[in-house]
Ligand binder design. Structure first.
Ligand code: HEC
Ligand code: HEC
Length: 242
């Protein structure tokens, strides 16, 4: 007997995945619990008003592989990092499929409201597309810090005590340990979101270097290998304060 033909079913397998978060009719509105609060999935039917009816195929590629919707950055609750490897054919097949889905033309009952500053989509954009500075590039390091951390920890790392307590990162003896900083970023810590899926090793290393050296005058060198090691040893969910 000959072996059965190998059938690739990327579309069917993938759309089942989409359904899990966007509902069976793809109308969206499902809360995805994240460390930074609930993020609601959106309508991905071809509705031009509430869905993705205005998407071109190129838009779909960017949304699925890079998390860039035509006019905003998509939160990583939409797992685009895991769709990074989709081929052009996969995306074309998905795009064709979503043109055939019945339109749901109603607004979402619940939409995402994140507390300041996480409601700023440009912040997400910074997390994702910022050029990774080398640790010698002080301007690049500062920009990464300003875009991703200063919103809560303030520009000079002084911290803030207002709607919540945001500890200072400057002149903070705990910042002597680069490993502590990296672990906080990977695992989150109560009020701080986990940057695990938002930053790659080089970005975490760069911003850790900035906090360790520029804000505190400590002199260790932070490497991407340090970050990779800790991601491996302490995967997200272990509490760094233990
Ligand atoms: C783990 C849950 C999850 C899965 C799986 C998922 N999505 Fe999403 N998706 C979301 C969330 C949450 C949002 C809204 C993110 C935001 O508001 O920035 C979203 C947003 C989107 C958007 C952006 C819509 C827009 O313009 O605002 C598109 C397109 C999309 N998803 C398509 C898909 C497709 C296609 C699949 C399957 C291949 C899929 N999603 C699988 C959770 C998911
Ligand atoms: C949404 C607000 C927010 C953002 C953005 C944020 N943090 Fe935090 N961070 C916090 C809060 C709140 C705490 C205190 C957590 C606790 O102790 O409960 C904290 C704690 C920390 C700590 C531990 C401080 C200590 O004294 O133990 C470090 C290190 C840290 N953050 C680094 C960063 C870095 C680096 C960035 C940018 C990549 C960043 N944070 C972005 C809110 C934020």
């Amino acid at each position: 007997m000959s072996a059965p033909p190998i059938v690739r079913l990327p579309t069917a397998a993938l759309t089942a995945d989409c359904m899990a978060c966007h509902r069976e009719d793809y109308s969206g509105g499902v809360p995805i619990d994240t460390p930074i609060g609930n993020i609601y999935s959106t309508n991905i039917t071809p509705s031009t008003r509430y869905g993705i009816g205005n998407y071109t195929e190129a838009d779909s590629k960017k949304a699925l592989r890079k998390g860039r919707a035509p006019n905003h950055q998509i939160y990583p609750a939409m797992p685009y990092p895991s769709y990074h490897g989709l081929t052009d054919d996969d995306v074309s097949a998905l795009f064709a499929y979503f043109q055939t889905v019945p339109i749901v033309d109603t607004p979402l009952k619940k939409t995402t409201h994140l507390p300041f500053p996480l409601n700023i989509r440009s912040l997400m954009l910074a997390w994702n597309v910022i050029n990774v500075p080398s640790t010698e590039n002080r301007t690049g390091l500062k920009k990464l810090y300003d875009d991703s951390c200063a919103g809560c920890h303030m520009q000079k790392g002084d911290g803030a005590d207002g709607a919540g307590y945001y500890p200072p990162l400057a002149n903070n003896s705990k910042m002597q340990s680069k490993y502590y900083i990296i672990r906080v970023l990977i695992n989150g810590l109560r009020g701080i979101p986990s940057f695990h899926s938002m930053m790659n090793d080089a970005q975490i290393a760069a911003v850790t270097q900035y906090v360790h050296s520029d804000l505190n005058n400590f002199t260790d060198t932070v490497t991407t290998a340090n970050v990779a090691q800790l991601r491996h040893d302490f995967p997200p969910s272990s509490d760094p304060s233990e």
